[in-house]
Design a protein around this ligand. Structure first.
Ligand SMILES: *[C@@H]1O[C@H](CO)[C@@H](O)[C@H](O)[C@H]1NC(C)=O
Ligand SMILES: *[C@@H]1O[C@H](CO)[C@@H](O)[C@H](O)[C@H]1NC(C)=O
Length: 387
């Protein structure tokens, strides 16, 4: 909460102090503004995630990093595109072009140490065409989505052969046996799971633990009043199981919404709207959401903040991560990526996850081709009325 609280206090106290931008970002403050402001408040200690600069994935040789998650032992799984990139030539009418139908030759799934990014194991070569989502369920099954193949796969623990395949290879569709560029999956401890589908369909599908279609909801936004059932790229899903909720990052509508998941004894409620998790426009496009069960919060990431910078003559919007309460209140802004920390041009946090203790966060920076680790760090700060 503190950065926004500070900003709103300052603006309320003296609206003339900050000119121009409609939205504020501490990065835009001058040292004089910061000093004048901090002088009014007494010291307190607050915790916020900060980057561990010793965690470095460069030696892994990652391509565009699409997704991350941790298994039951806390090891980190990474799904990346190796040498492939998603360009305007990749698809024709949602069907992969001939050249992109050749699978990626390199291993695309890596298991690494969450402490130092040391490689533990790797697989997934000569199989995937356009990696997208990755999740590890509570039984350590590994689930991935491939937007090029229009499919969802489940790999049992330690297995490199899927035991469940949904969707038809290279064939987009919108019935219950086809997807169109499915983005992500979320798996309940019961084994029931949800698929976010995706770039061309605007829906969420629910399946039984055996992969039987149960229900679906959502449709494209066609203008007019935006309802909780109009999606524009449902890009990331996360379950809050203790509340029986499935939350959806509705990327292009710049919001995240939660629906009753209808797990176990509440099947008939699946897909009914429950609450707003990230209000429309609160943080820009919502690329990823992840429920941090240790902390009962949700972390989220976007491509942009609202304060661009210019590098090499081009305007970039720096990546940011956010923390939200499960009642939809933004409580922190972090991962303040700058032109200095982004070494290879712009950053985009395409996915993120939390460690089981809720203290570490792993951020998949797609164009920077690396995974960053952030750790909750306590430090002094100044906050009005803080006790
Ligand atoms: C899975 O692989 C790990 C090493 O990566 C090994 O220690 C473990 O015994 C394996 N488990 C099973 C069930 O094969
Ligand atoms: C929202 O979810 C909570 C937690 O499961 C539940 O108690 C409440 O009844 C739900 N509300 C609606 C409107 O679905």
């Amino acid at each position: 909460m503190w950065p926004l609280l500070l900003v709103s206090c300052l603006v309320w106290v003296n609206p003339a102090t900050l000119a121009a931008p409609q939205y504020f970002d501490l990065d835009t403050w001058t040292p004089q503004q910061m000093a004048a402001f901090l002088g009014q408040y007494r010291q307190a200690r607050v915790a916020s995630p900060e980057e561990d600069i010793n965690f470095n994935t460069d030696s892994l040789g990652l391509g565009d990093v699409s997704a991350v998650d941790v298994d039951s032992e806390g090891d980190l799984f990474i799904f990346h595109r190796a040498g492939r990139s998603w360009t305007s030539e990749t698809f024709n009418n949602n069907v992969l072009s001939q050249s992109a139908q050749v699978p990626i030759v390199s291993n695309t799934i890596l298991k690494v140490s969450p402490d130092n990014a040391r490689l533990i194991s790797t697989f997934g070569n000569n199989f995937f065409n356009m990696p997208h989502g990755l999740k590890v369920d509570s039984n350590d099954n590994l689930w991935v989505t491939d937007v090029g193949r229009h499919q969802v796969f489940r790999f049992p623990k330690n297995s490199t052969t899927p035991d469940l395949v949904l969707g038809e290879k290279f064939v987009p569709g919108s019935d219950s046996a086809h997807f169109c560029k499915p983005t992500d999956v979320a798996i309940a401890s019961s084994g029931e799971f949800f698929v976010a589908d995706g770039y061309c369909n605007s829906r969420i599908l629910k399946f039984s633990k055996d992969g039987q279609f149960l229900t679906q909801w959502g449709n494209p936004y066609a203008g007019g009043r935006l309802t909780p059932f109009n999606f524009r790229i449902p890009h990331s899903v996360t379950l809050i199981e203790n509340l029986n909720l499935l939350c959806v990052a509705d990327r292009e509508n710049q919001r995240a919404l939660c629906y009753n998941a209808g797990l176990s004894n509440n099947a008939e409620r699946a897909g009914t709207f429950n609450r707003t998790l990230i209000p429309e426009g609160d943080m820009g496009k919502v690329f990823a959401i992840y429920y941090n069960s240790a902390d009962n919060t949700v972390v989220a990431a976007s491509e942009t903040s609202r304060v661009p910078y210019v590098q090499a003559g081009l305007i970039h919007y720096p990546a940011r991560a956010y923390t939200y309460s499960i009642t939809g209140v933004q409580t922190d802004v972090w991962a303040r990526m700058t032109p200095q920390t982004a070494r290879r041009g712009p950053s985009l946090i395409h996915d993120l996850c939390a460690s089981h203790d809720g203290r570490h966060f792993f951020l998949a920076d797609l164009p920077q081709q690396r995974v960053l680790r952030y750790t909750m760090t306590e430090r002094p700060f100044f906050l009005q009325g803080y006790k």
